[in-house]
Design a protein around this ligand. Structure first.
Ligand code: GRF
Length: 201
């Protein structure tokens, strides 16, 4: 399978995928063919360039409307003919055009146990709420914010001494493994989505 990975930051989830694929994409069942971002000068793009991968950046502020940005992002992604698009720390909500093209084959990873704590501050909100366990969720993206059908989740305990950064780092250790496992299985075995139920063959 051909993967396009979308990033907005440090790209450690992207790196986990690249490391897992290594020099045997056939064994993994997928290869990353391009990395896209909503902003420049981020470590995620440097990781892609170090891996010799094509990259593209589509900034919202460079487009007259959000819809035009969405269409431009979809166009740039489609140029690489992905079988699966992976949002790995991509911090923008895509729109109708992107979902029309990639809905059903667009996966996101979120650092909380959805439906708890959706949105851009899931780690901070779980901590502030006093949750005793939190974790990460890999799900298909639908037209909501972190509301699509759940594929897999991982549980992480919250410790009394945690601050947001420490908790997020512990979540990311589980998240990177979960994302690699899920993407590999989706790519190797194929899958079905029926309503909110995901079945991996
Ligand atoms: C991940 O925890 C992701 O779930 C969240 O932001 C983090 C991105 O980390 N949205 P990285 O860029 O993959 O290191």
């Amino acid at each position: 399978a051909r993967l396009v990975v979308l990033v907005s930051g440090s790209g450690t989830n992207l790196q986990a995928l690249l490391d897992a694929i290594g020099d045997d994409p056939d064994a993994f069942g997928a290869r990353v063919v391009a990395v896209g971002a909503d902003r420049g000068s981020i470590a995620g793009l440097e990781r892609a360039e170090r891996a010799g991968l094509p990259t593209f950046v589509r900034r919202v502020k460079d487009h007259a409307t959000r819809e035009e940005w969405d269409a431009a992002l979809a166009e740039a992604t489609a140029a690489y003919a992905p079988d699966l698009v992976v949002s790995a720390g991509f911090m923008k909500i895509v729109g109708k055009e992107f979902l029309a093209r990639f809905g059903g084959r667009f996966v996101n990873t979120h650092p909380a146990l959805l439906p708890s704590f959706p949105g851009a501050h899931g780690v901070r909100e779980a901590l502030a709420y006093g949750a005793k366990v939190t974790g990460c969720t890999v799900h298909f993206v639908d037209d909501g914010v972190d509301t699509g059908p759940i594929i897999a989740q991982g549980v992480v305990e919250v410790r009394d001494e945690d601050d947001e950064a420490a908790l997020h780092e512990r979540i990311k250790e589980v998240e990177r493994r979960l994302l690699v496992e899920v993407v590999g299985r989706l790519a190797r075995h194929g899958y079905r989505i029926e309503g909110r139920k995901v079945t991996i063959q």
